[in-house]
Design a protein. Structure first.
Length: 315
């Protein structure tokens, strides 16, 4: 179902930018879209995946003042990122930090913006608090570990693979939890006896009951993925007693204004930390775009640690 083809792109509108894409990060959502479970939002190419890009500005709309041809940029897009060129709103782009290649930059936007939005902006994670990341060896998990360290929070992460947990510990993960038979609650509470303040859940229904068990009083559960099912049983009494909250979140379908606000907040607070080394993209592999089928197969098999990046290799 994945093949290289030809598309046509219109000229950028007044507030838009045409970017020559050098590299694009692969995300779980791309695999879901390929399988027909995550359709593109209106106005986005339905048959070209790709939610994050890095490249060079080729042309700008009449009202764009912040970007000029030749600028190195990266950002999230609603889709179509795995084309050689993509049109996006100017306000949704960020500068590529000094010292990073475009392949490295392509591994930043989706996972770091998602983790920052969910954990810091929505979850309100603060210095001295704790945060639990499920599937911690994923792109979002490895980004989250670093963001927690920057905020000054204690990080806890779950995985079904011991080797991946060891690698996460080297990134700064404070407490590694190896999931056994789908259970993690007792280990989390042993690591953080009072429960965790924020939970970033990419699994959904399968972990709902245990999440409620391990969330702290006034804790916040942010659900951003449903790999473990869409319907679960909720112990409302426990939720009420803890005065905890559960919030769902998705980035792709947000309005351009909301995405621009998130991009601006992240740029102001976190972007410079890539230049200081406090934050860095974690890349499993960089593959040529012609090997996109291989990349999808590897992600489907959960073989990766961090991000897979697809690059438009020049002949």
């Amino acid at each position: 179902m994945l093949e290289i083809g030809e598309i046509e792109l219109p000229e950028p509108g007044p507030t838009q930018v045409l970017v020559q894409v050098e590299a694009a990060g692969l995300n779980r959502a791309d695999c879901l879209q390929r399988r027909g479970f995550y359709p593109a939002p209106p106005g986005v190419p339905a048959d070209v995946p790709g939610l994050e890009i890095a490249g060079v500005v080729e042309a700008v709309g009449a009202e764009v003042q912040d970007w000029a041809p030749g600028d190195r940029v990266m950002g999230i897009v609603g889709g179509g990122g795995m084309a050689e060129r993509v049109i996006t709103e100017a306000r949704e782009l960020m500068c590529v930090p000094e010292g990073l290649s475009l392949e490295q930059a392509a591994a930043i936007p989706e996972v770091f913006l998602t983790a920052y939005d969910a954990v810091v902006l929505q979850g309100g994670l603060r210095n001295g608090e704790s945060v639990l990341f499920h599937a911690v060896a994923s792109g979002i998990g490895t980004a989250g570990i670093q963001l927690a360290a920057v905020v000054g929070a204690t990080s806890v992460g779950t995985s079904r693979t011991a080797d991946k947990l060891a690698r996460c510990s080297s990134l700064g993960l404070n407490h590694a939890v190896l999931i056994d038979d789908g259970k993690f609650a007792d280990q989390v509470l042993q690591a953080v006896p009072g429960g965790v303040d924020v939970i970033l859940d990419t699994v959904g229904a399968a972990y709902l009951a245990q999440n409620v068990k391990v969330v702290a009083k006034k804790g916040r559960i942010i659900v951003i993925g449903l790999m473990g099912g869409v319907k679960g049983e909720l112990a409302l009494g426990h939720l009420l007693a803890k005065r905890a909250s559960i919030r769902g979140s998705v980035l792709r379908s947000r309005s351009p204004e909301e995405k621009a606000e998130l991009t601006s907040a992240f740029s102001q607070e976190m972007l410079g930390k890539f230049e200081t080394g406090e934050l860095r993209p974690i890349i499993d592999d960089v593959l040529p775009m012609t090997e996109i089928q291989t990349a999808h197969a590897r992600m489907d098999a959960n073989e990766t640690f961090g991000k897979l990046v697809l690059s438009w290799v020049k002949p």
